[in-house]
Design a protein around this ligand. Structure first.
Ligand SMILES: [Zn+2]
Length: 175
């Protein structure tokens, strides 16, 4: 398990240290056949800005999507995946962001409402605060954990996000 140590952990793409959590994202797993040897860096941290312009990004995201879509019980719409790792939570992954969002099952309806809302909505689950704001480019998601911003990302495929959330909400079989 790799931890993010601010100012020390380096971005896999540019090799510069990551200064703030807000600037960072965490790579998901990709297959070596798709992206080459750098596949070993799955779960490593990157700057969001580096990921956004990384030439390997589309291939990496597509590789993650294929790996995940093959898993049993996975709900998938384009690059957005959802499954229930346990009874209490669902895990929604946007392979393009890259981002994994753990949502308590009983909060899914509120998340869906927030995704549809034209005004920013802030939700609290388990002492984390999530602000969901529709923008022209997608949905901006800001996560605050222990008063510190831990996520600030734009998820671009809003329709896929809504569909996956809806299917998880209405399905007991997606386990
Ligand atoms: Zn970087």
């Amino acid at each position: 398990m790799t931890f993010l140590i601010l100012g020390s952990t380096t971005c896999v793409i540019c090799a510069e240290p990551i200064a703030t959590v807000r600037q960072s994202a965490r790579l998901l797993y990709a297959h070596g056949d798709d992206v080459g040897d750098i596949a070993r860096c799955g779960r490593s941290f990157v700057h969001c800005a580096c990921w956004d312009v990384w030439p390997l990004r589309p291939r990496w995201a597509e590789s993650t999507r294929r790996l995940m879509a093959a898993a049993a019980g996975m709900v998938s719409v384009r690059g957005v995946m959802g499954h229930k790792p346990g009874m209490r939570d669902v895990l929604v992954t946007d392979t393009a962001a890259p981002f994994e969002w753990t949502i308590p099952t009983d909060e899914l309806a509120r998340v869906l409402e927030a995704l549809h809302s034209r005004t920013p909505t802030t939700l609290e689950f388990r002492h984390d605060w999530w602000t969901v704001a529709r923008m022209a480019a997608g949905v901006r998601l800001i996560g605050v954990h222990r008063r510190e911003c831990c996520v600030d990302l734009t998820l671009r495929d809003v329709e896929a996000l809504i569909e996956v959330t809806e299917r998880l909400l209405h399905s007991d079989s997606a386990v």
